[in-house]
Design a protein around this ligand. Structure first.
Ligand code: NAD
Length: 335
């Protein structure tokens, strides 16, 4: 039976990188059917809503979505449509690979191959209970960490290690200072790790982790951490390997999964054919892994690497003079 996925073309450079990505997926003969749905500004213009019920239904039905970046207008009812999607589908695992690629403007053109697994639903980032005192001088918020939230994300990281033949999981925390919240996360992580004797587990305090990442990123394999630390660390890792144009991300829950580029809508270059499609393409590769097509995912990544190696039609952010579709055709031609 043909698998159908929800496709959200998005805003800004979104439609351009999605067209490029679907072109490459066609050359890869993935055999997927697409149900197009709107969210963000595109949806607001058509339906008056940022996240229409039809889009939610489509994701719920298909369980897998490929999504371009979205604009969340200020005063639109949500602080972020992306955060809203994570909440509504309980997409608890944010999985962001960072891998060295040739001919990028990176400090580490080789040696980095790590995955950050970030808890996506609780902790300081969820911005619960934000309050400002009446005199405006004291701000507070609640950081909530649960056993359930910690256990499922750490288990996801260890299962990912097993599934992909990776050898080590690093638990990143600040339990020396944040004794209750980070302390619970670390305690639960140790309990889960004990159930995976085949995978090495080490622990690092988040500040030391950042220094180690910048100095010796090759020592990392899988990093698992809480929401806010994961937000920061995964951008740091994207920076290590050449920036946003090459950074994909997956948001995974029990009932749905959404695959995307990490970058935003890039309004400064939208409509000019300058956008690098690689981040969304690498998100599509994560999706193919998720859909049980690891061979096609591997071929896609190899074609991207070969195109970067040949410096064929690279977009301006990579120092080339190609455009989005020319780059996509160069990748498709190497499949
Ligand atoms: P951005 O990622 O859109 O852009 C930052 C810089 O990186 C810009 O100079 C841009 O031109 C460049 N860039 C980004 N993607 C690129 C690509 N594929 N190829 C080449 N260059 C690329 O970040 P921003 O400017 O802070 O945000 C713009 C908008 O995007 C905001 O409305 C924000 O809310 C939204 N946003 C959406 C998502 C998402 O939907 N996942 C994520 C982040 C930001």
């Amino acid at each position: 039976m043909t698998q159908t996925i929800t496709v959200i073309r998005g805003d800004g450079i979104g439609p351009e990188i999605m067209e490029a990505t679907l072109h490459v997926l066609e050359a890869l003969q993935v055999g997927l059917a697409y149900e197009f749905a709107d969210a963000g500004l595109a949806a607001l213009e058509k339906t008056g809503e940022l996240l229409p019920a039809a889009t939610m239904d489509s994701i719920r039905r298909n369980r897998v979505a490929l999504k371009s970046p979205l604009t969340t207008p200020v005063g639109g009812g949500f602080s972020s449509i992306n955060v809203e999607l994570r909440k509504r589908f309980d997409l608890y695992a944010n999985v962001r690979p960072a891998k060295s690629f040739p001919n990028t403007r990176s400090r580490f053109p080789s040696g980095v191959d790590l995955i950050t697994v970030r808890e996506n639903t609780e902790g300081a980032y969820s911005a619960e209970g934000q309050e400002l005192s009446a005199d405006g001088d004291t701000a507070t918020s609640i950081t909530k960490t649960t056993r359930r939230g910690s256990e499922r994300i750490v288990r996801y990281a260890f299962d990912l290690a097993r599934r992909t033949g990776r050898k080590q999981v690093t638990v990143v925390h600040k339990a020396n200072i944040l004794k209750s919240t980070s302390g619970l996360f670390l305690k639960v992580a140790r309990e889960v790790a004990a159930q995976y004797p085949d995978i090495a587990c080490n622990e690092l305090i988040v500040d030391n982790c950042c220094m180690q990442l910048v100095m010796r990123p090759e020592q990392f394999d899988i990093i698992v951490t809480t929401n806010l630390f994961g937000d920061i660390i995964s951008d740091l890792c994207a920076g290590l390997v050449g920036g946003l144009g090459l950074a994909p991300g997956a948001n995974i829950g029990t009932d749905a999964a959404i695959f995307e580029a990490v970058h935003g809508t890039a309004p400064d270059i939208a409509g000019q054919g300058k956008a690098n499609p690689c981040a969304l393409l690498l998100g599509a590769a994560q999706m193919l892994d998720h859909l049980g097509m690891p061979d096609k995912a591997t071929r896609l990544r190899a074609a991207i690497v070969a195109t970067l190696e040949a410096k064929d039609s690279l977009t301006p952010d990579l120092g080339g003079s190609g455009n989005t579709m020319a780059f996509a055709r160069a990748i498709a031609g190497r499949l």
